[in-house]
Each structure stands twice: as structure tokens, then as C-alpha cells.
Design a protein around this ligand. Structure first.
Ligand code: Q5B
Ligand code: MG
Length: 307
């Protein structure tokens, strides 16, 4: 499966200084976890957290989910020690906070290559998920999205973003709309995934559902989470609905019939079916396949009649 179709609906933050939380990582049903060495860990506990995360990852070898570690930002004094401690335990990737410019990602990319050479593992093993969480980051994100082959996506961080704009974050999110849209554009143009920010009120599940529905509509593939109780709702929202899958299958059938008739356009239930409609239907079917809801060949050449 292409990396852009890998399920990354839920990326759960787990504070790196909390052994009781770390030990539950194998049982969480999130698609990924992001072990945090940045904001969830106070300065006085940074050293202890690095040791703890290293030892947890070294023993957690049979991994059932993607593991990212959020290091401290490249403008701090701590990120190099973070990498030194955790890379030998082979996380899948690094979440880079405050990725304000493509140069910061390039800098991390170079350092990761040096570590991979030293560890004797494939170059490119360590993926990068940069956080776009300041006004500067949003302005530069189009270039940041193309700054390294290691990128699996860009993540939006609304808490720091609203702090950088000196505004309050609301539950309806009007203040985030422009930034979210730009992050999605950047990701789609670069062929990587867009991951939305956390929702911090862990007691308001209906508001979480509304926000997740909104960001799915905007084009995000998934969401960062702060609490395991948020996982189920996010997965429910991202699962393709049976009626969407059924309609997508009808669209594919209709366009194949159209091709046999020598036309690129056909009517289905009174609605025009043409190339963009087919593209969206195919995306739904690939997502359904990633969810294990259907099992069928989705050969684009057969569907479109050309590559
Ligand atoms: C929010 C809250 C305090 C609520 O506490 P509560 O006590 O009310 O939670 P309860 O539900 O009662 O917990 C029931 C049981 O689950 C356990 N449990 C809870 N959460 C767990 C978890 N995450 N991992 C494993 N275990 C967990 C808990 O230990 C208990 O276990 P037990 O006692 O055994 O029953 C708690 O969840 C928590 O600390 N979350 C992590 C916070 C964090 O990492 N922040 C930093 C990342 S964001 C950021 O930096 C913003 C950003 O940078 C980026 C962006 O947006 O992407 C930006 O700028 O925007
Ligand atoms: Mg942040």
C-alpha cells in the first residue's frame, strides 16, 4: 500500500515522563502514538524522560502501531540529546515541533541520515512529521511539505498557532480555517497526509465529533489526540459509510459502462459521472480497503482505461 493510503486517523500523544501511560501503548487502538519529550515534559524531567522512552521502546519490539517521538524544537538546546537517546531504540519517525521553515526540516533530515549510517540501518528509515504551529510555519508550509522525502505528512498544531496569533482558540474553530486550509493544500500538492491538531477538552465528545467531521471535510487524513477515550470517535468519523462505498462502486461500474460506449461521461441516478467523480469514488474505495471494509482489485488502468 502507498504510504499516502496508510491509515493515520488517530495519533495519540503519550507524555514521555509517565511510565504508567507509556506501558499502555501496546493496548491503545490508535493508528499511531507520539511519545512526547516536548511540552508535556517539564524541563526538570527531560533527562529522565529520555531514559524512560529509550528503555520502553527497546523492549517494545513487536509493534502494532506506528511510533513517533516528538523531540524538542531545533531552536532549543535539547533536541540533539533527544535524538541521541531515542534513535537507537528505532522509533518509526520524529515529530518535529515548530517546523517554521523548510530549512529546519532539512537540518533534521541531514542529522537523521548521519544516525542511520552510524546505526547501519536503511537511509530514510526514520520518517518526519513536522508540526505547523506558528504564523511563520503556516506561511512557509507549502515549501516545508516538499522539504524532505522522509515526510509522511504535515501536522497542524492549533494551541501554539493561536498563541502565536495572540488569539483564543474556540470550539467552533473559525479562527483556524485559513491555516488548516493552507496546510491541507500544502500536503495535497506534495502527495503527503495532513494531520489535524488536538482537541483539548477531553470531556466534550460531541464537540470532538463535530471538529473531526469538519477537518475530514477539509481534507485531513487524521488527528492528533491527547486522550485514549478520543480514539473511538475519531475512527467512527473517518470510517467510510456503507452508502458512500456502495455509491462509489456504482460510479466505477457506470464509468466502465461509459467507456464501453465510447464516452467519458454518463448519468447515474440523474447525476453526471465524469473523471473527477470517478477519482473521488476511487479514493473512497481505497480508504474502505485500508479500513478492511472491501477486498477487491483497484487497478486504476482497468478503471480509467489508461494509466
Ligand atoms: C488531557 C489529560 C490531562 C486528561 O487527563 P484525565 O486525567 O482527565 O484523563 P482520564 O481520561 O481520566 O484518564 C484515564 C486513564 O487514561 C490514562 N491516560 C489519559 N491520557 C493518556 C494519554 N495521553 N496517554 C496514555 N494514557 C493516558 C490516564 O492515566 C488514566 O489511566 P488510569 O489512571 O490507569 O486509569 C491527559 O489525557 C493527558 O495528560 N494527555 C496527554 C497530554 C499531552 O501529551 N499534551 C501534549 C501534547 S498536545 C500539544 O502539545 C499541543 C500542540 O503542540 C500539538 C498538536 O495540536 O498536535 C499544539 O501546539 O497544538
Ligand atoms: Mg505545540
Amino acid at each position: 500500500m502507498e504510504d499516502s493510503f496508510r491509515l493515520r486517523r488517530s495519533l495519540l500523544y503519550v507524555p514521555g515522563n509517565m511510565p504508567s501511560m507509556l506501558q499502555n501503548i501496546p493496548i491503545f487502538e490508535s493508528d499511531a502514538v507520539m511519545i512526547d519529550l516536548e511540552d508535556a515534559v517539564p524541563y526538570s524531567e527531560k533527562d529522565a524522560a529520555r531514559t524512560l522512552v529509550h528503555s520502553f521502546l527497546s523492549t517494545y519490539r513487536e509493534r502494532n502501531k506506528e511510533i513517533f517521538v516528538r523531540i524538542n524544537g531545533l531552536k532549543t538546546d535539547w533536541w540533539q540529546q533527544d535524538l541521541l537517546a531515542i534513535l537507537p531504540a528505532l522509533p518509526d519517525g520524529i515529530r518535529l515541533p515548530e517546523a517554521d521553515s523548510p530549512e529546519l526540516v532539512e537540518q533534521l533530515d541531514t542529522v537523521l541520515t548521519e544516525f542511520e549510517e552510524e546505526l547501519g540501518i536503511d537511509i530514510g528509515h526514520f520518517k518526519i512529521l513536522p508540526s505547523i504551529e506558528t504564523a511563520e510555519g503556516v506561511i512557509n508550509c507549502i515549501k516545508t511539505a516538499r522539504s524532505s522525502n522522509r515526510l509522511i505528512g504535515l501536522a497542524f498544531g492549533a494551541e501554539d498557532y493561536t498563541a502565536s496569533l495572540e488569539i483564543e482558540r474556540t470550539k467552533t474553530g473559525e479562527e483556524l480555517f485559513a491555516a488548516r486550509t493552507r496546510v491541507v493544500w500544502a500536503c495535497k500538492a506534495a502527495g503527503i497526509q495532513a494531520i489535524d491538531t488536538i482537541f483539548s477538552d477531553v470531556s466534550d465528545m460531541e464537540a470532538l465529533r463535530r471538529e473531526t467531521t469538519l477537518i475530514k471535510t477539509l481534507g485531513f487524513s487524521g488527528k492528533s489526540l491527547v486522550n485514549p477515550r478520543q480514539i473511538e470517535i475519531v475512527h467512527e468519523v473517518f470510517a467510510p459509510k456503507q452508502e458512500e462505498v456502495d455509491y462509489a462502486l456504482q460510479v466505477i461500474e457506470a464509468i466502465q459502462k461509459a467507456r464501453e460506449m465510447g464516452t467519458g461521461v454518463i448519468s447515474l441516478g440523474g447525476k453526471m459521472i465524469d473523471a473527477p467523480v470517478v477519482k473521488r469514488a476511487l479514493k473512497i474505495l481505497k480508504t474502505a480497503q485500508a479500513h478492511g471494509l472491501i477486498d477487491m482489485p483497484l487497478d486504476e488502468e482497468v478503471i480509467y482505461g489508461h494509466k
